[in-house]
Design a protein around this ligand. Sequence first.
Ligand SMILES: Cc1ncc(COP(=O)(O)O)c(C=O)c1O
Length: 418
Amino acid sequence: MREFFEYRDGQLYCESVPVKDIARRFGTPVYIYSKSSLLYRFRALKDAFDKQGLKPLICYSIKANSNLSVLNALKKAGAGFDVVSGGEIYRAMQVGASANKCVYAGVGKREEDIKMALDWGILMFNVESEAELALINSVAASMRKKARVALRINPDVDARTHDYITTAKKENKFGIDLYTAEQIFARQKDYKNVRIIGIHIHIGSQIVDTRPYAQALKKVERFIKLISGKHNVKLRYINIGGGLGITYDNEKVDAPEVFARRVAPYVKRLGLKLIMEPGRFIAGNSGIFVCRVIYVKKTPAKNFVIVDGAMNDLIRPSLYKAYHRIWPVSPVSEEEFVCDVVGPVCESGDFFAKDRKLPVVGPSDLLAVFSAGAYGFVMASNYNSRPLPAEVLVDKDRAYLVRRRQSYKDIVKLERLI
Ligand SMILES: Cc1ncc(COP(=O)(O)O)c(C=O)c1O
């Protein structure tokens, strides 16, 4: 896959813009996204499936990176969206997304969220339990509407990824087991205000070997055959969720073409329209997080590089022990040292890297944390009353501030003194 963050003459660039100029202009810590990368990765996935004759609806998963300018770029390229909350529906509306290209997943949809989605005209709900189906049915009835839904099946497969991001094993909270799903199809006439038009799966995230998709689809194919024969079910969509991984370190990730070849035979035999919900694959390597060194602290045990970014800005290392490549934006020293890269937050879990070999850096040097475009800013918090960082989108030779840094005033503005 092509990379849009590259070193040229000893300087890190995002597309044609030096990262150090962005840091100087907008301050640090800062997230920097490449628009060309977002579009390139969206198209790479789309082309791979188009080549298999499938023409999928690609519903970019807003949760991965929900910045409005990111959504706008993908919408203009033809993406629909996968949403998981009223807030994400609101974001999709803000960029003028077509509701009929959007799908709504999540185990805890509330009545007001369901109403909002129905009002908007969402293509379908990905339903995660029978209780949810019943609620959607009654909300739709009260609005004199018929809701389109897909049942999210839990196929009980192991996506061989981190425990926190595997979602299709029977002990996970997601989806409906095959037995219960069949019962629902048997009783579908009881739900007069829903039309079940699809099957949905989402087996996990950061999946680098795509064979588990085939395993899951094999089960889904068998299941669809069963319900079609037994309960006269006529479906229109198969949604394979998101999950395709990216290279953070040196993982070998199946290329979109391999993924498409793996999935295509099942989808073709089923004769259904394919939907997919990639998040990380599109956004992950389309963004970096840049912070500045405040101090280098040498203790008898370790070297600590203390930077102005922290776990509240990018929580993946603390939360999942996730690996992110880190390198100076303008490396100068030939000499290397082993260090922990840590933030100013008062937690020992506040680190970006441990025992990492880096060129020797000092105060005011810039560090780039790579592969930070997905599940980065969206998981940021105000812990330690730290303002949320700025977000910048680069389009070729121009850098745009697409979310300004929070001020201290912003942090307290919803509170009141009593
Ligand atoms: C239902 C659903 N679809 C899509 C995604 C996006 O996953 P990824 O970013 O791994 O592509 C997720 C992530 O959790 C999800 O829960």
